[in-house]
Design a protein around this ligand. Structure first.
Ligand SMILES: [Zn+2]
Ligand SMILES: [Zn+2]
Length: 278
């Protein structure tokens, strides 16, 4: 089993140290894990942070290097144990992040970079506290168009290996808008998935929704459409924020992916995709 979306206590919304995750991964007989802590860079917000123990600091290149050092140390420690450890990042994409992201990650070797949208108009749509502030500004149709327009930019930036939790808006959007949240024009989805194929960016099957409300990201409509449009690259992650959730829902996510005809998943080494048969 492989888990490619893991937050340690370097992310301000997560608990558990690297060594605790590694120990748990061994217990669960995971073959490979990739740490993907948050990298939020929107200076309109106050969440551009990284944590070391109880010390919360502004996110800097030095902070990322320090985190990398800790992951590489764990990688060394577990060498030959059957557990491979990778160094990744989950970047919160927003319009105009490109230069700031390149600046902060320059010279740091990542294995894998996940691009996710957490915020629109600098408001976190993935937060129970903030989402209504954003949703109340737009009709469901406009909200979805805004979201997927930013997804297009994310794909076109070619800075990312995989798109995290593609339909994350449904988490709180379903409660706010109702079923309308699932009625996105198919023509537009087709365009998005074709772009993904063209730009060789993977689609993440994220098990956090499965653990929380029994539905993966992306939903079955999106998965079906993605497969039909030729998306073949997927990554799979639990998106755990605590040690107990490591690997949670991964087996089911593999089964879910298979049910749409996906035949392989991908892992990454220094940003190079490696195919693993499902
Ligand atoms: Zn995320
Ligand atoms: Zn995450």
């Amino acid at each position: 089993m492989i888990d490619y979306h893991i937050h340690t206590n370097h992310s301000v919304d997560a608990r558990g140290a690297i060594h605790e995750y590694c120990g748990r991964a061994q217990k669960l007989c995971l073959q490979e894990i990739c740490f993907t802590n948050h990298c939020e860079l929107d200076t309109f917000r106050n969440d551009n942070l990284i944590q070391f123990g109880n010390d919360r600091q502004p996110l800097t290149r030095e902070g990322l290097r320090k985190m990398q050092y800790e992951v590489l140390r764990a990688k060394e420690l577990y060498k030959g144990s059957g557990l491979t450890i990778k160094f990744g990042l989950e970047v919160g994409y927003y319009e105009g992040i490109e230069s700031r992201l390149q600046e902060i990650t320059e010279g740091i070797d990542f294995d894998f970079i996940l691009g996710s949208i957490h915020c629109l108009d600098h408001i976190c749509i993935d937060s129970s506290k903030e989402c209504a502030q954003y949703f109340s500004r737009y009709s469901v149709k406009d909200m979805l168009f805004n979201y997927y327009r930013v997804i297009e930019q994310l794909i076109n930036s070619q800075l990312f290996d995989s798109i995290g939790h593609l339909d994350v808006y449904k988490k709180y959007g379903l409660g706010f808008y109702g079923e309308g949240i699932n009625t996105f024009p198919e023509q537009y989805l087709i365009k998005i998935f074709r772009m993904m194929v063209e730009k060789k960016i993977a689609l993440e099957v994220n098990a956090a929704g499965y653990r929380q409300f029994n539905e993966f990201y992306p939903s079955s409509t999106l998965m079906k459409c993605a497969r039909q449009q030729g998306v073949s690259m997927i990554t799979i992650g639990s998106d755990c924020h605590k040690v107990e959730d490591l690997g949670g829902g991964i087996e089911e996510a593999l089964e879910y992916a298979r049910s749409f005809g996906f035949e392989a998943m991908y892992i990454f080494d220094k940003r190079k995709p490696i195919k693993i048969k499902l």
